[in-house]
Write a protein that binds this ligand. Structure first.
Ligand code: DAH
Length: 335
């Protein structure tokens, strides 16, 4: 700008700046453009500085008059900017509140919580019932050797259970346990009677799959060794257990054979209009006790192996064992 600007000219420049600044400030829509406008109006190279820079042509008496007016205008613009900034912040906040408004009365979408598998629940229910009778929980490995799975349980070399068709054999004389009964041996090796244990776990057999058979299934093993235990204790315990689990359901004790118990029985319950075997049991065979250096004249006991899948099927009216392993949520969600 030229140095020889007249007082009138400067006054009208200031007046125009005042008017335009007011207009621009009220037109602002956000805080960022406000800062840009402030620099444009009041910055070092801004419009007000330019007007002040052209005061050189004024007389000594005129300069303070313009200077004062310019200063007033500067304060005025600063105040307007401050007010506008506050307004914009409020506007922003209100918009944000509106945008993020939460309708606390809206119905919940619901969280899809998972829950335990019915087989686990059933197994724990069985274990809990025996714990209530003073039994302790015990567990053994799923990979076993011939001794614990067969030999120590008095299962002879030529017994069909040892057949390749029934047992999954692994390398180095190892196998997948075909029942939870080896836990009996492991426990008796480590503890002296009296003992009462309950041992849940997975077992494996080369069974053809059908509605009641699966190559992997679950058992709960029960073992009680003490002085003076006889078949009435076994029957009383099993009947009390079945009643607690199933309520009043028709039950059948059927004489059976297991190499590690004598006498032995199988328990059937009613399922879909027919008898279904759900557990084996018996008095621990004296030769099993002798093999563990326990005197069968002094110690006796009973044992049982409970089929978890079948217990669950009977209790909940499930028609096919395969439903447990297909992970169909329409089935699982019912439990
Ligand atoms: N281990 C047997 C099986 O899997 C079930 C069984 C029968 C377990 C009699 C026992 C028992 O403890 O006494 O077929």
């Amino acid at each position: 700008m030229s140095n020889n600007v007249s007082l009138d000219q400067l006054n009208s420049d200031l007046a125009r700046l005042e008017k335009e600044a007011e207009q621009d400030i009220s037109n602002l829509s956000d805080a960022e453009s406000l800062e840009r406008l402030r620099i444009h109006l009041l910055g070092k190279k801004g419009r007000l500085s330019k007007i002040l820079g052209s005061m050189a042509g004024l007389s000594k008496s005129e300069r303070p008059v313009v200077g004062q007016r310019a200063n007033l205008l500067k304060t005025q613009i600063q105040d307007l900017l401050k007010i506008r900034l506050k307004e914009l912040k409020e506007k922003n906040l209100n918009e944000l509140i509106e945008k993020e408004r939460i309708d606390v009365t809206a119905p919940s979408i619901g969280m899809p919580f998972g829950h335990r598998h019915p087989l686990i629940t059933t197994s724990e229910e069985i274990v809990d019932l025996f714990c209530g009778l003073g039994y302790e929980v015990n567990e053994g490995p799923e990979i076993e050797n011939d001794y614990y799975n067969f030999a120590a349980l008095n299962i002879p070399q030529d017994h069909p259970a040892r057949d390749m068709q029934d047992t999954f054999y692994l390398e180095n004389n190892l196998l997948l346990r075909t029942h939870t009964s080896p836990v009996q041996i492991r426990c008796l090796e480590k503890n002296s009677p009296p003992i009462r244990i309950v041992a849940p776990g997975r077992v494996f057999r080369r069974d053809a799959v059908d509605a009641t058979h699966s190559p992997v299934f679950h058992q709960v093993e029960v073992l009680a060794i003490d002085e003076g235990l006889d078949f009435s204790h076994l029957r009383g315990t099993v009947m009390a257990f079945l009643k607690a689990f199933f309520g009043d359901l028709p039950v059948r004790f059927r004489a059976s054979y297991f190499p590690f118990t004598e006498p032995s029985a199988e328990v059937d319950v009613q399922w879909r209009g027919k008898w279904l075997e759900v557990m084996g049991c018996g008095m621990v065979d004296p030769s099993v006790l002798e093999g563990l250096d326990l005197d069968p004249e002094r110690w006796s006991g009973f044992a049982a192996g409970v089929g978890v899948e079948r217990f669950c099927m009977v209790k909940h009216g499930i028609d096919d064992i395969r439903r447990f392993y297909t992970s169909d949520l329409r089935f699982l969600d019912q439990f």
